[in-house]
Design a protein around this ligand. Structure first.
Ligand code: AMP
Ligand code: MG
Length: 275
C-alpha cells in the first residue's frame, strides 16, 4: 500500500509517497532542518513517529509503534531532574530585575520513568516584592503564597542540600537537569545568581532542553509542553505556567519518550556571553 508522509516542519510541508514503512527513515533523512540533531541510533525511533496519512484517511496521525525491546539503547543517565522556574512578570513589558518566585524540581528514575523525589518551594521576591495581577493570572501564584516564604538565597542552599541528600550527583549517580526551553538555566538562574551573589553549581551548567530532544526524536520542533503532549496523545494535567504542574507534565513527556526507547543526550550548556 502506498502511504503519503507529510513532513512535520512548518516550512517544509513536503509530501512524500512511500511504498513501505521502512522507507520512512529515508524520508526523514531528506528533511534537513533538524538533521544535525539526529543521531543514527534514534532514527528508528524517529521513523516510528512519522505522520502517516494513507489515501483512505484524510487525517494524519502519529504512528505509535513501540520500539522493539532489542532496539532499545542504554540510557546515559540514571536520573532526570525536571526543573521549571516561575518568575515575577508583567503584561507586555519586562520586570527588571526579574526574580524567581517558584522553584520546583522533580527527580525521575530514567530506568523506570517514575518519580523518585520532589523539591518544591515558593520564594519571596526581594528587590521588587510585588506579585502583579498579571503574574497571578499567568502562574497562579498569589502575593499571600510568597509573603512568608524564604528568599532565593535560602531556597538555593536548601536545594543544593536536597541534591546531596537524594544522591543526584554522588554515589556514582549520573543525573542531568531537564527544562522546556533554555530560559530557566541559560537566562533566569544566571540572572538570579548574579542578583544573589551566588555561584551556579557546575551541575546546572548543562541540561536537556526537552523541546530539542523531542525534535531529535520526532523531526518536529514543538511549540511547548501542550504541543508535545498533544502529539503524544497524552492529556495535560493542572495549570500551564504553574512551575510544579509544568514539571509534572514535562515528566509525563519524558516517561513517554523513555518508554519508546529514545536515548537522551545533553542538548544545551551555559554560554556566558548570552547572560
Ligand atoms: P513558563 O516556564 O513558560 O511557565 O514561564 C516562566 C516565566 O516566564 C513565567 O513565570 C513568567 O515570568 C515568564 N512568562 C511566561 N509567559 C509569559 C508571558 N506571556 N508574559 C510575560 N511573562 C511570561
Ligand atoms: Mg513554567
Amino acid at each position: 500500500m502506498d502511504s503519503t508522509l507529510q513532513c512535520h516542519h512548518a516550512e517544509c510541508k513536503v509530501k512524500y509517497t512511500v511504498k513501505m514503512l521502512s522507507n520512512v527513515e529515508v524520508v526523514l533523512r531528506w528533511c534537513t532542518r533538524n538533521y544535525h540533531h539526529w543521531k543514527r541510533k534514534n532514527l528508528a525511533f524517529a521513523s516510528s513517529y512519522a505522520t502517516l496519512a494513507d489515501s483512505s484517511s484524510p487525517n494524519t496521525f502519529w504512528f505509535n509503534r513501540s520500539i522493539m525491546k532489542h532496539e532499545k539503547q542504554q540510557q546515559k543517565y540514571d536520573s532526570f531532574l525536571v526543573l521549571d522556574f516561575e518568575a515575577t512578570c508583567e503584561r507586555g513589558r519586562a520586570i527588571e530585575p526579574q526574580e524567581i518566585i517558584e522553584f520546583p524540581c522533580i527527580k525521575i528514575n530514567v530506568h523506570t520513568g517514575e518519580i523518585d523525589d520532589i523539591f518544591h518551594q515558593y520564594i519571596k521576591p526581594k528587590l521588587i516584592p510585588i506579585i502583579t495581577p498579571f503574574c497571578t493570572e499567568l502562574t497562579g501564584i498569589m502575593q499571600e503564597m510568597v509573603n512568608n516564604e524564604p528568599y532565593f538565597e535560602e531556597t538555593f542552599f536548601q536545594f543544593q542540600e536536597w541534591l546531596e541528600e537524594t544522591k543526584c550527583f554522588n554515589s556514582g549517580n549520573r543525573s542531568i537537569f531537564v527544562t522546556s526551553g533554555d530560559w530557566d538555566l541559560q537566562v533566569m538562574l544566571p540572572k538570579q545568581c548574579q542578583l544573589s551573589n551566588m555561584d551556579i553549581p557546575f551541575e546546572m551548567k548543562q541540561w536537556i532542553n526537552i523541546k530539542k530532544a523531542f525534535a531529535a526524536a520526532t523531526g518536529y520542533f514543538p511549540r511547548g509542553i501542550i504541543d508535545m503532549l498533544t502529539k503524544l496523545q497524552l492529556s495535560h494535567q493542572g495549570r500551564l505556567h504553574s512551575g510544579i504542574d509544568d514539571c509534572h507534565n514535562i515528566a509525563t513527556i519524558l516517561k513517554a519518550l523513555i518508554g519508546r526507547g529514545f536515548v537522551f543526550e545533553e542538548t544545551s550548556h551555559l554560554k556566558l556571553n548570552k547572560i
